[in-house]
Design a protein around this ligand. Sequence first.
Ligand code: ZN
Length: 324
Amino acid sequence: MGTEFADKSAEMFKALADGETGTFRSSLRQVFQLSPQVPPAERAALSNEIAPLLSPQDGDLELVADLAVLAGALVEGGVPAGTAGVQVMRMLHSWAGSIDTRREAGGQHSVARRLGLAAKTMLTDAEVRAAVRADEHMLFDLEVAAGRLRWNVGEFHQVARLLMMADAVSALVLDRRSGRGFRVAFDGVWSNFQLHTLLVDALVGAEGRGLEGERPCSGCVAIESGRPQPTHDATEELHEVWSLWDYKGRRIDLTDSPADFPLHAGERVIVLGMKESALESWTPGYHCHDRIRAHLTVRAELPPEETTGLWSRIAMPEGAGDSA
Ligand SMILES: [Zn+2]
């Protein structure tokens, strides 16, 4: 099979260089169909060969967008996103800067849709998210572009959410009940349901940092971290231990994502309020991205003088933990 795959790949690259659209598309389709049957190393080699071609300056954007979709399909099949993943994001950045993202109609076979498809796959890779985050301009521009494109091009709903995931990877966490504060780092967190579970696991009880509350079982935490637990009781539910607030005193919804906690002096602040009477419950894994593993670690507990200073600058509404 390897030979046919190699032959078709070579034919595809030649047709691209010669601008033979028909041959390019038919050989690309065959490469796509053959790819699940070839060894991972050959698929990874193809991805590396595609990577330098993923540039809007490099030939016909229509054809390059097809290559981006193929690169995404290879990642879906288990190839690390690598350079091709970062190139797809750079290409999307450059393309979005050249069009009117408010008016882009995004039909079924549009460049917009194909780049969105490729980007939402590439952003499931932690290294691609890290590369986007490392380029402040790219992250900002892409967030704006995806926020506009998602109204007309469905793929960009997920792209926008994954960019938020790329954006928010650390926070100061302040516990209203104990007054204590922690600096945490995380990645791959899709929703605040998931963030809540990982915070409980890291902070509550003797296994955590000694905060009050009921810990979820380790199986539930594993599921919420994106590690499937086939033997775990599927009827079990997770329960809210704290209400979550931002530093301005606004309640943050569990369906939102960690990026929805605004920054205070350059750092995201999450306030753990007291338990409310109406508690939310949810099924483990329900509010997570099915291809992404999440993790959260406590970097340090803040010294008391730092937490005192922070509390004095944080607004908390009545009833959100004033007994602390
Ligand atoms: Zn459980």
